[in-house]
Design a protein around this ligand. Sequence first.
Ligand code: HEC
Length: 156
Amino acid sequence: MGNIPVAVLLSALILTTFTVSAETNPKFATVNPVPAAPKRAAEDMSLPMPNGLKGDIEKGRDFYMQNCFTCHGVTGAGDGPRAYFINPLPRDFLDETSRQYLNRPTLFEAISKGRNGSEMPAWGKVLNDQEIANVAEYVFQSFILDGKKGTGRSGK
Ligand code: HEC
C-alpha cells in the first residue's frame, strides 16, 4: 500500500471516531439526545447500608468533590469535565431512573465493585467499607433524594 491510500484510510478513521464521539458527547446532547439510564425495576429506597454501616455525609462530600465530580459532576448530573471523553457516559444521578433504583445498598455495591466495561472504577480496591458508605450516603442524600429534578444531563 502506498502513502496516499494510507492517508485516506487514516482520515476516514478520524472522521468516524469524531462522528461517534459527537453522538455520545453531552455537549451535543440537544442535537443528539443521550439515552437516559437503562430502565431498571424500582427499588425500596428506605433500605439501609449493608453490614449495619452508617455513612458520614460530610466525609462523603469531601471525597466526592475530590474523586467523583470529575466524571459525575458537582451537581450529580453526570457532566463532569472528564465525562466528555468517556463512553458509556457516567451515570446521571438526577435522572428519573437513577432516582428509582440507586438506593443505599445498590450505591454501596456499585461504588465498591465499579462497572465492568466502563470507566467506573472499583473503589473497594482503595477504600474501606466505612469510606464507601460515606460517599454512598452523600450521593444518596444529595442527588438521589434532594437532586433537582429535570436538571440532569438527560433533562428528565
Ligand atoms: C473516570 C470516571 C468516573 C469516576 C472518577 C467515577 N465514576 Fe462512577 N461511573 C462512571 C461511569 C462511566 C458510570 C456508568 C457505567 C455504566 O453505564 O454502566 C458510572 C456509574 C456509577 C454509578 C451507578 C452504577 C449503576 O448501577 O447505575 C454510581 C453509583 C457511581 N458511578 C458512583 C461513583 C462515585 C461515588 C465515584 C467516586 C468515589 C465515582 N462514581 C467515580 C464513571 C466514573
